[in-house]
Write a protein that binds this ligand. Structure first.
Ligand SMILES: [Zn+2]
Ligand SMILES: [Zn+2]
Length: 385
């Protein structure tokens, strides 16, 4: 799975010309194929019907140690295959649009990376549908500033992007030591004072009896997904689950035409550390369940990972960032399911107006109550604020 970089390899770019008119084809989510924006010709993609392999993590990490490092830190020079313009491209961008003619540009950046993606989920939600999802989301937000609503009108700021993800499988075996807490009740005699007179009263007070427990837990994990991007916060990238990973297609760069795509920026071993954190959380839940009782303490937990495997995949999202009061906010839409997650600004004006309105309603109620009136007959019109 780790590639050997051949000598003399050059950074190149390509586009996919239409079989009818020669214009650059872009991937069309509705057709699940390449489509010409000029003559509407559909050019189908036939990814090979191969199984999508899981690779041994240990083997890959070993090979990575000895694989040659290529310095891609400098911005790379790209040449648009359509208009011939030269432009700079960030060292983690595999595909983009030409800044001069907006033609799709797909680079061969992966050949300089030790690992290349082997599968992806193609876009199934187009930009129009993504905008509808975004509009609905904005509409559902309380106290969202009006500028956010206006933002939905601008198409160009919605970017379709394939983000790199690692998926990890692992068979885990864990040994634990802990304490099981069982509640019991103890009769306690207390002195209470009733009308100034002391009385003895019995009360049942809950106590916990701790007993040491040790044992083992087995748990198999499948496709723990870790975003390998730094473009959007990992928390946001990881929050877009679930993904229909059973529909992964064998990688073909035609799927990328017209979209941005990135190579991984989180190393394979770092990704596995994040995955292990997630797995550990689930294992602790399983340990607590096994300890049983009313309360549990885990005093020692050793987790062993066996037969860990991984895949390097690309997943499609629509994203945009917007500024509100000089702060950046980002959101992302799962371009398979339409799920949306994002950071959001609050409109101070709207919140203050709502508080003022709340206070004035309270004022009216208090006033009416003071007048001895019944306040179940009050109707208050709430305007659009
Ligand atoms: Zn055409
Ligand atoms: Zn161009």
């Amino acid at each position: 799975m780790i590639k050997k970089l051949k000598e003399g390899e050059r950074f190149t770019q390509k586009s996919f010309p239409c079989s009818q008119c020669g214009a650059s084809l872009v991937f069309c989510a509705d057709e699940n194929a390449l489509r010409c924006e000029y003559c509407n010709t559909i050019n189908h993609i036939y990814p090979p019907k191969l199984p999508i392999y899981e690779h041994s993590l240990d083997d890959a990490l070993k090979s990575l140690e000895t694989s040659p490092k290529v310095d891609l830190s400098k911005d790379l020079k790209a040449k648009c295959p359509s208009c011939g313009a030269d432009f700079e491209i960030d060292s983690h961008i595999r595909s983009t649009k030409c800044p001069f003619c907006a033609s799709p540009v797909v680079t061969n950046l992966d050949i300089f990376m030790p690992l290349a993606p082997e599968s992806l989920l193609p876009f199934s939600i187009n930009q129009k549908e993504a905008k509808i999802v975004f509009k609905k989301w904005v509409g559902s937000l309380w106290f969202a500033p009006n500028s956010l609503k206006k933002f939905t009108e601008a198409d160009s700021r919605f970017t379709g992007i394939y983000l790199p993800y690692w998926t990890y499988d692992s068979q885990t075996h864990s040994r634990f030591q802990g304490l099981r807490g069982d509640t019991y009740y103890e009769r306690v005699s207390r002195t209470v004072y009733v009308n100034g007179r002391a009385q003895r009263r019995d009360e049942m007070v809950p106590r916990i009896r701790w007993t040491p427990v040790s044992g083992e837990v087995q748990r198999d994990f499948n496709d723990v997904l870790i975003g390998a991007t730094r473009t959007i916060p990992r928390k946001l990238a990881d929050s877009l689950e679930p993904w229909d990973l059973q529909n992964l297609k064998v990688y073909d760069d035609k799927f990328l035409s017209g979209f941005e795509s990135e190579v991984y920026q989180v190393a394979l071993d770092d990704g596995f550390s994040y995955a292990k954190e997630y797995m550990s959380y689930e294992i602790q839940e399983a340990v607590r369940y096994k300890i049983g009782g009313d309360k549990q303490q885990i005093t020692d937990l050793k987790i062993y990972h066996d037969k860990s495997t991984f895949k390097y995949i690309l997943l499609p999202i629509w994203t945009a960032h917007f500024r509100h009061k000089s702060k950046e906010y980002r959101f992302a839409i799962n371009a398979r399911s339409g799920a949306i997650k994002g950071e959001r600004p609050y409109s101070k004006t709207k919140i203050i107006l709502a508080i003022l309105l709340g206070l004035s309603i309270l004022g009216i109620f208090l006033f009416v109550a003071e007048q001895g009136g019944q306040f179940n007959q009050i109707y208050i019109e709430l305007g659009n604020f």
